[in-house]
Every structure is written in structure tokens, then in C-alpha cells.
Design a protein around this ligand. Structure first.
Ligand code: ATP
Ligand code: MG
Length: 560
């Protein structure tokens, strides 16, 4: 295509709300345009990239034997009531009524619709296993849409769902999807890691997230420095360790005045936060509970939720009503159940609140205190890896894909049964597999850019080659050569952009670099005098002179 035929609204400045580099560059390169909070239009260059990402995903999903379907974005409430999610799903689910007053939602995901299809059309065990995918728009009314298309409200997802007779069959497809995702992210040119993940509200047992490593990532992932262990920070499970310390101190009450935070107390008493204990009071359906953690650890809400069910932190008023003193709560005489994190229950001679205003206790030990123990905390850098090999390192990641084993959560609720081998009805077992198609583009840019702009991986660049003729509109020789090379490239099936604008060379170079086109050929009278064109790769510093007659073969070799 020719630049003058295209809308490529590049700009020098990024908008103020663009905090991360991919958001800035996607706007500056004219890939996307903001319509409203969390809503973006894809402009022609953005669509070219999107189509490439989608094509790779489709190819690999097809190879994995998954069938493409296309389900409506608009979904009737009845399906969500059947699965139980109409009430479970919070305000991220956009609900509305049609003119007849019937309730609908904009699909944030499609488990309900696909399970409804399976319930209607998959009748016999002989049809299983079977899997479906689609590339479709989702809507999630994110509380804080941000980072451009990284966390938008409307976005494109590749979602896939599989149906099985039993767990063994699900495991096979799950493993195949795991491999397929690796192939997809390899082809997309991403530096990524599959990590063990919490399965969150969708439910089910096994789940992996695929993270693109980037400092701007919203998730924290833990790696062992000695083994393959990798998990979302929230998912790292700790077992009770053997206690290595022995109580030796005398318990003392000390005046700590207005020092209520762990850091202030630790500093005041000249001890490490890791030898202090902090106590949180939470409200559960079974009443108030106290949760004790080491001062340097944070509560893992998912673990707490798994143990306690729905819970929230007690308010100041509620704490007062329990006769506890906020900022000085300890582990003794609380009058409510006490649940202690494994690494806190392993401490000796620790510091905690004295349950009296302005006072803490030092030299405290667990002997004589009634409590139960559990794994309650988030992992921190330097923790022993749960597989017993090495220490944990924490890095930031962008979740671009997620695979889950759903089990029978939806199929049981929505009666997706088949007639089994013995003639009896069997509830199908399900898996689901998502890739954030639009988020992948942003993630790829987070990993591939320099101060001139995007450096697209070859597989998803909007064009493979840009031809930049200098004085295209003045020099008939340059024009003839550029048109010639452009035609040759088109015939060879190369995705080529001819910059036929009446612009200065500097502007044409800057735009193609901002857009991240991997290969560039420059034609000018000077080069033509030597029978040459100039070649430069986007990701290399040096330029090469190539004989005009060899230019096509040269670029073909570069591209393949
Ligand atoms: P997150 O933790 O980032 O909110 P999620 O767990 O809600 O993600 P899934 O329900 O597993 O996401 O959706 C599958 C994929 O869709 C995610 O891995 C991610 O790549 C993408 N995705 C999810 N929410 C958004 C969003 N708001 N904008 C763009 N992509 C998204
Ligand atoms: Mg989410």
C-alpha cells in the first residue's frame, strides 16, 4: 500500500493519560484512538497488527483441533441465572434491558453461551472430547480502565472451551492447550512464562497464566532461582516449616506511645519487622476473627477467602466494640478466634501489641496461647521455593493468557450431559482457555521499543517492509526505481508500504521507525548513481548498501 492512501495519524506527543510506553506508542504511532474511558478504536495500522495476531492464534488453535465459532456479545440473563453468576459477578458485568424489559448483559466471557450450545448439541460420549474457540469482543466494566488497550473495558479475546467425558481427557486437552499457547506466544515473539495461577472466580482446580515479563506488568510472579517453579505471587503455597528457634526471652510490656505501624514500632524497639507480629481483625459470616502475620508479610486475600469464605476487614467501630485497641492489638486475650500464619507461628521472642493503648509486648512466645495455624500470606522475594529448590525471585508480568480446568461447575448447573458408554447420563467436564488478543499487542510493545518508537516482532508488524524514496515527487529516476521495487515486492507477496508522500526524509524515517516496521529500503539519486538501495533493519544500527538488482532477493532472505 501507499502511505498517501492510508490514515496513519502519527504524533510527537503522547496524551497525558498514557502512563506506560505501549499506551503512549500505540497512540503516537496512530494504531489506536481513544473514544471514551476504556474504549478504543483500532485505526488502519492497528487493525493490520490485530489481524496478524488473530491469524497466528487461529492457525495454532485450528492445528490443535479446536473449532471456530462466533457467539453473540449480548447474552440473556437467564443463562447467567442458570449458572448462578448473574448474582455472583460484580459490577464488571454490564447489565441492561431490551425494549420488552428483558434482562441482558454484555458478555465478559462466554462459558454460559458455549455450555448452552454443548447442552443442546453434544449428545453422546462418542462426540467427546470436543473444543471450540472464538475471537470475539468482550465487555468488562473495569473499575479502573488504564494503560490503553492493556486494561480496557471493551477488548478482544480469543476464548476457547473444551468438553470431556472425564478428568483424564480434560487433562490431555489442557496439556495440548498449554503447548499450543507456548507455540502462539513463541510465534508472537514474546518473552513469556507460564506460571501456576489461582483460578479466581471462574472456579476449578488447575490453572496456568501466561505472563509477558515487563516492568509495567500489573501482576507479580515468583520464580525459583534454581528450578522451573513459577507461580503468580498470590498462588505460592507455603507449608508449615520446622521451628528452628527456642524461646529464651522474658516477656515485657513497653510503652510505645503513638507508634502503631509495624515499621515505627520495629524502629522504636530496634528490632526487625520480621520479629514483630501484626494482627488484623476480619468480619466473616461466622463472626469476627483475628489473623496474625509476621510484620514483614502481607495477607493473601485469596488464601484467607478460601479458609474463611467471604470476609472483610473490621471497621474501627467494630474493633472498638470488641474492646480491642487498633494499632495495639496483639495475640493474647483477644476474646475471638485467632488464626496465625505459619511463618508467624514459627517465631520466638517476638513483639506484638499489648491490647492496651500505647503499649506493646516484647519477648512474647506462643506457649499458652490458643490459636490455629494456616498459610495466610503472600510470598516475598527470598522465600524458599515451595518445591524445595532455591529461593524465590519476584518479577512483574502482564497476563496475556489464562487456561483453566473448570470441572463440572457450568456443565452441572446448565445440564450439559451426554449419554455415556453404558447408556447413563454423564455430566461433561470442561476446560476454558483465554488469550487477551488486544492486550498481546500492548504487551509486545512493552518488550520491544526504543527511543524512536515501536520495534514490532516480524510476525505482527503492520508491514514487513517500508520503501522510502527520497524526492519521489521530484526525481523521475527515483520514482521509477521505487515504483519498480514496490511492484516486485508486491508480486513476491511481501507486505510493503511505499512512502509516496511529499515529506522530508527525516519525517518519513521517523514515522516508519515509530510504527516499528522491521525492514526499510531507501532509494535516492545518490544511491541510484551507484546502482544501489540502502537497507536498514529497525532493530539494528547500521545501514547496508545493496545492489538494486539484488534488492528483492535480499529482502526476501531477510524476511524468511
Ligand atoms: P486480569 O487479572 O488482568 O483482570 P482476568 O483474570 O480477569 O485478567 P481472564 O478472565 O482470565 O482475565 O481473561 C482472559 C484474558 O483476557 C486475560 O489473560 C487477559 O489477557 C485478557 N483480559 C482480561 N481483562 C482484560 C481487559 N480489561 N483488557 C484487555 N484484556 C483483558
Ligand atoms: Mg479481570
Amino acid at each position: 500500500m501507499k502511505t498517501t492512501q492510508l490514515l496513519i495519524p502519527t504524533q510527537k506527543e503522547a496524551p497525558n493519560d498514557a502512563q506506560i510506553i505501549s499506551h503512549q506508542l500505540m497512540i503516537r504511532a496512530g494504531l489506536i484512538s481513544k473514544l471514551a474511558s476504556g474504549l478504543y478504536s483500532y485505526l488502519p495500522m492497528g487493525v493490520r497488527v490485530l489481524k496478524k495476531v488473530e491469524a497466528i492464534i487461529r492457525e495454532e488453535m485450528d492445528k490443535a483441533g479446536s473449532q471456530e465459532v462466533l457467539m453473540p456479545v449480548t447474552q440473556p440473563a437467564e443463562l447467567w441465572q442458570e449458572s448462578g453468576r448473574w448474582n455472583e459477578y460484580g459490577p464488571e458485568l454490564l447489565r441492561f434491558k431490551d425494549r420488552h424489559g428483558r434482562e441482558f448483559c454484555m458478555g465478559p466471557t462466554h462459558e454460559e453461551v458455549i455450555t448452552n450450545i454443548a447442552a443442546q448439541y453434544i449428545r453422546s460420549y462418542k462426540q467427546l472430547p470436543m473444543s471450540f474457540y472464538q475471537v470475539q469482543t468482550k465487555f468488562r466494566d473495569e473499575i479502573r480502565p488504564r494503560f490503553g488497550v492493556m486494561r480496557s473495558r471493551e477488548f478482544i479475546m480469543k476464548d476457547a472451551y473444551s468438553f470431556h467425558l472425564d478428568q483424564a481427557s480434560l487433562q490431555q486437552t489442557y496439556d495440548l492447550m498449554h503447548q499450543t499457547y507456548c507455540k502462539i506466544f513463541d510465534r508472537l515473539g514474546l518473552d513469556y512464562r507460564p506460571v501456576l495461577a489461582d483460578s479466581g472466580s471462574i472456579g476449578g482446580d488447575a490453572s496456568h497464566e501466561f505472563h509477558v515479563l515487563a516492568d509495567s506488568g500489573e501482576d507479580e510472579i515468583c520464580f525459583s532461582n534454581e528450578s522451573n517453579y513459577a507461580a503468580n505471587v498470590e498462588k505460592v503455597a507455603f507449608a508449615k516449616q520446622v521451628q528452628t528457634c527456642r524461646p529464651s526471652a522474658q516477656e515485657l510490656e513497653v510503652i510505645t506511645k503513638k507508634k502503631t505501624s509495624i515499621n515505627d514500632v520495629a524502629q522504636f524497639l530496634s528490632v526487625a519487622p520480621s520479629s514483630c507480629i501484626k494482627t488484623l481483625i476480619v468480619k466473616t459470616s461466622a463472626g469476627f476473627k483475628a489473623l496474625a502475620l509476621r510484620g514483614d508479610h502481607e495477607l493473601n486475600e485469596i488464601k484467607a477467602h478460601n479458609l474463611l469464605g467471604e470476609f472483610e476487614l473490621a471497621t474501627d467501630e467494630e474493633i472498638k466494640s470488641l474492646d480491642l485497641k487498633k494499632g495495639f492489638i496483639g495475640v493474647k486475650g483477644l476474646g475471638i478466634d485467632l488464626l496465625v500464619d505459619y511463618s508467624a507461628s514459627n517465631l520466638c521472642d517476638f513483639v506484638c501489641g499489648a491490647n492496651e493503648w500505647d503499649k506493646h509486648l516484647t519477648g512474647v512466645n506462643w506457649q499458652g496461647i490458643e490459636f490455629s495455624e494456616a498459610d495466610l500470606r503472600n510470598a516475598v522475594e527470598g522465600d524458599d521455593s515451595p518445591d524445595g529448590k532455591g529461593k524465590l525471585v519476584i518479577k512483574r508480568g502482564i497476563e496475556v493468557g489464562h487456561i483453566f480446568q473448570l470441572g463440572t461447575k457450568y456443565s452441572a448447573a446448565m445440564k450439559a450431559n451426554v449419554i455415556g458408554e453404558g447408556g447413563k447420563a454423564v455430566t461433561t467436564t470442561m476446560g476454558c482457555y483465554g488469550i487477551g488478543v488486544t492486550r498481546v499487542i500492548a504487551a509486545a510493545i512493552e518488550q520491544n521499543y526504543d527511543d524512536r518508537g515501536i520495534i514490532f516482532p516480524e510476525s505482527i508488524a503492520p508491514f514487513q517492509l517500508v520503501i522510502v524514496p527520497i524526492n519521489y515527487n521530484k526525481s523521475t529516476r527515483v520514482k521509477a526505481l521505487a515504483d519498480d521495487l514496490y511492484q516486485l515486492c508486491l508480486e513476491a507477496g511481501i507486505e510493503v508500504l511505499l512512502d509516496d508522500r511529499k515529506e522530508r526524509a527525516g519525517i518519513m524515517f521517523a514515522d516508519s521507525e515509530l510504527l516499528g516496521i522491521p525492514h526499510r529500503m531507501v532509494l535516492s539519486d545518490t544511491h541510484a548513481d551507484n546502482g544501489n538501495v540502502e537497507y536498514k533493519a529497525r532493530n539494528a544500527a547500521d545501514k547496508i548498501e545493496v545492489k538494486f538488482d539484488d534488492a528483492l532477493a535480499f529482502i526476501q532472505a531477510k524476511i524468511n
